[in-house]
Design a protein around this ligand. Structure first.
Ligand SMILES: Nc1ncnc2c1ncn2[C@@H]1O[C@H](COP(=O)(O)OP(=O)(O)OP(=O)(O)O)[C@@H](O)[C@H]1O
Ligand SMILES: [Mg+2]
Length: 337
């Protein structure tokens, strides 16, 4: 062996010794053959206490019994892989304390058999960081939930104030105006209510929203001969900036159908449909009532409800399509994502 080779071998040994992770070599019987400095520091044993011992001495008691089997399985199909396959791994120190570890295994064929080279990394700090991140994520989530809850509560207070006001109002037109305003506020509050109950906190399950909204509206307007017919795709979820204007549009359209399409107890049907067409979400409200009076152009009407509908649709980058041939039908198509 030349001088260079000797020097090189010494360097390899020194490098192993100085490696910034724990290095451990274990033979086929599970006996520790080589450890580096890092392993001594990590487990609190002196080298001579480890060499020749079974590697199970570093494995926590509760999983120690099954470890020789895992070891044999590794030797029967040796390949480089992380140890533990998704399980959290721990080592046990001389003082009995446990340390979370990440362990990489690599088989190495030598003259008299196969040994396992293991890298051992202490992941205590990583775990701590992860726990901190998870906690802060949970906190943000709670904060958002709380925020939606408060917005909803505040809107409800506003609605209650209007309701109170209408009880002190004798003029019937004013009472009706106050009630409409209350319903519009309720339509917005409902978005926030659904959001704080949702999993994601960012998207509203719009079919549930519409079911809720329309049931509220039909209860508020006694029209016993009018059937509400819902055809709602349950997979449509809208972000809050689309859900509020879309919700308000449906609020106006359904309110109009209930108030104007079926005068004098006339029977009929209001059909609310929610569907997806490619990247578009389609919402439509159709009734088979008396229809709008001829000459009324719903898209350019100057009255408050229809103006609100047109304005909101424009805000959504769209326009409402009207069909006033047989009853009244309005369709809104909104681009999502
Ligand atoms: N589905 C419908 N069937 C029959 N007529 C309708 C229908 N929707 C609207 N109209 C007519 O269009 C008019 C304007 O509607 P719009 O919603 O703008 O005002 P409004 O409902 O009268 O009042 P507001 O909505 O401001 O309380 C209504 O007064 C009604 O005559
Ligand atoms: Mg109206």
């Amino acid at each position: 062996m030349g001088v260079d080779q000797v020097r090189h071998d010494a360097l390899v040994r020194q490098a192993l010794e100085a490696a910034p992770t724990g290095m451990l070599v274990v033979d086929e019987q599970g006996r520790i053959v080589i450890v580096n400095r890092h392993i001594e520091d990590l487990f609190g044993y002196a080298r001579h206490e480890l060499i020749g011992q079974r590697v199970e001495m570093l494995v926590p008691e509760r999983v120690r019994a099954q470890h020789p089997n895992s070891r044999r399985a590794f030797f029967s199909a040796p390949e480089a892989r992380p140890m533990g396959a998704g399980r959290d791994l721990y080592g046990v120190r001389k003082d009995g304390s446990e340390v979370p570890l990440e362990i990489g295994l690599n088989p190495l064929v030598v003259d008299d058999g196969t040994v396992t080279v293991a890298s051992v990394v202490d992941i205590t700090e990583r775990r701590r960081m992860q726990a901190r991140l998870e906690a802060s994520l949970a906190e943000t989530e709670t904060l958002f939930r709380e925020l939606h809850h408060r917005v909803k509560n505040n809107l409800q207070v506003v609605a209650s104030l209007l309701s109170l006001q209408s009880r002190f109002t004798e003029d019937l037109t004013s009472v009706a105006v106050l009630r409409e305003a209350q319903q519009r506020i309720h339509a917005i509050a409902l978005v926030h209510e659904m959001l704080y109950r949702s999993e994601t906190l960012t998207r509203v399950d719009f079919s549930s929203y519409l079911r809720n909204l329309t049931s509220h509206l039909t209860q508020a307007t006694a029209q016993p001969s009018v059937v509400l017919d819902l055809d709602l795709d349950p997979t449509v979820a809208l972000p809050v900036d689309l859900a509020v204007p879309c919700g308000l549009v449906v609020n106006e359209l359904v309110t109009n159908a209930l108030e104007h399409a079926f005068p004098d107890g006339r029977a009929g049907r209001i059909r609310v449909r929610l569907a997806r067409e490619g990247s578009l979400v389609v919402v439509s409200v159709a009734d088979d009532g008396i229809g709008m009076s001829p000459g009324l152009q719903p898209a350019s009407a100057r009255t408050m409800g229809l103006r609100l509908v047109a304005t909101l649709a424009r805000q959504l980058g769209s326009a409402v399509g009207w069909d006033v041939g047989n009853g009244t039908s309005a369709t809104l198509k909104v681009e999502v994502e």
